[in-house]
Ligand binder design. Structure first.
Ligand SMILES: Nc1ncnc2c1ncn2[C@@H]1O[C@H](COP(=O)(O)OP(=O)(O)OP(=O)(O)O)[C@@H](O)[C@H]1O
Ligand SMILES: [Mg+2]
Length: 318
């Protein structure tokens, strides 16, 4: 049997790494990473989340900020700088591990600037190099990218097989998307396998078809042609978003709390004063469930097409 080359082994290991990217801030990157990770892990998939953010909101969404596992990005920094093995923090939920982000990631940018000067863009491959030996332990890996940090997002794009891009339907969100499309094209020079898995509309206040189809036309303009989009949108639900970060719980976990909490009149009668979980948690959890199913189907369809030697569909960028 033919032996695989080093590059083939690396490509295989990174085949289910999905970068969640948009240069625009506040478009749902972290919420989607946390909730999809939680959904997949809950469904029995071994899942890894990598946090490339200095503010590390993933720690809030999953409730591990300030705990023993929260190394503020020190482990990831050490791996990229010194090549030490990447050791994810295990079991932030059953089947769900994380590589923490945080303030220590500040030091990554100047180092990468210097490496880029010496080695050119292929220096961005370093994250994939340290991730590949670990990624084979997982069925899906999500990388939560920061806003407005070219270098950290470029590291993610060079390590990933797929891009999942959340956007809001407003003009600001759609402009950020154009920047990602440019970055995406550049990243393919050193990572030709990178494909767009899909774009997802986040925090959509309107069920208006006109607004959604305008946003979709803008996505097609940015990525060229008929770009893949997920039919599921994540609805606007401010109270559930606040509950999630306050309690360090994912939407489907809030949904379970919601089902268990007494009716408000019962709470009044019993003088229970704990803040109540918003009823919108159940709808938001449903959105993430539907998105998870779509993401898995897109992955499976793309992988089947690749096996059959007819790559296309979700993997075709402009
Ligand atoms: N369904 C929702 N409806 C309204 N707001 C939401 C919803 N889900 C999350 N949010 C809130 O929207 C804000 C942005 O979400 P999130 O942090 O996921 O975006 P981001 O793209 O990761 O942001 P950044 O670029 O700053 O890292 C957060 O305050 C979050 O609590
Ligand atoms: Mg974020």
């Amino acid at each position: 049997m033919a032996r695989r080359s080093k590059d083939e082994v690396r490509d295989f290991a990174l085949g289910r790494v999905i970068a969640i990217v948009n240069d625009k801030g506040g478009v749902g990157k972290t919420s989607i990473a946390a909730n999809l990770g939680g959904q997949f892990a809950g469904a029995g998939y071994r899942c890894l989340l990598i946090d490339l953010n200095r503010q590390a909101n993933l720690a809030d969404d999953l409730g591990y900020r300030g705990t023993d596992v929260d190394d503020q990005g020190a482990g990831l920094l050490g791996s990229v700088l010194a090549g030490t093995p990447l050791v994810p923090a295990p079991n932030v939920r059953p089947q769900l591990d994380v590589v923490c982000g945080g303030a220590r990631l500040e030091d990554l940018t100047p180092v990468m600037v210097s490496r880029l000067q010496h080695h050119g863009r292929k220096a961005f491959r370093v994250l994939g190099d340290v991730l590949a030996p670990v990624a084979t332990d997982y069925e899906v890996v999500f990388v939560d990218c920061p806003p407005e940090s070219t270098i950290l997002s470029d590291l993610a794009l060079a390590a990933s097989r797929w891009v999942l891009m959340p956007t809001k339907s407003d003009l600001g969100g759609l402009v950020g998307m154009g920047l990602v499309a440019e970055r995406f094209t550049l990243a393919r020079e050193i990572n030709p396998r990178l494909g767009l898995l899909g774009v997802v509309l986040f925090d959509t206040g309107s069920r208006s078809r006109a607004i959604h189809s305008e946003a979709r036309a803008a996505i097609d303009r940015a990525f060229g042609g008929d770009s893949p989009r997920f039919a599921t949108t994540i609805r606007h639900a401010e109270r559930t978003a606040q509950d999630a970060r306050r309690l360090g719980k994912l939407a489907h976990e809030l949904e379970i709390e919601l089902a268990a909490q007494p009716a408000w009149w019962e709470a009044l009668r019993l003088d229970i004063r704990a803040p109540r979980v918003s009823p919108s948690a159940a709808s938001v959890a449903g959105d993430y469930r539907a998105l998870g199913v779509e993401v898995l189907s897109a992955l499976q369809a793309a992988e089947e097409a690749e096996r059959a030697g007819t790559p296309g569909g979700a993997s075709a960028p402009a």
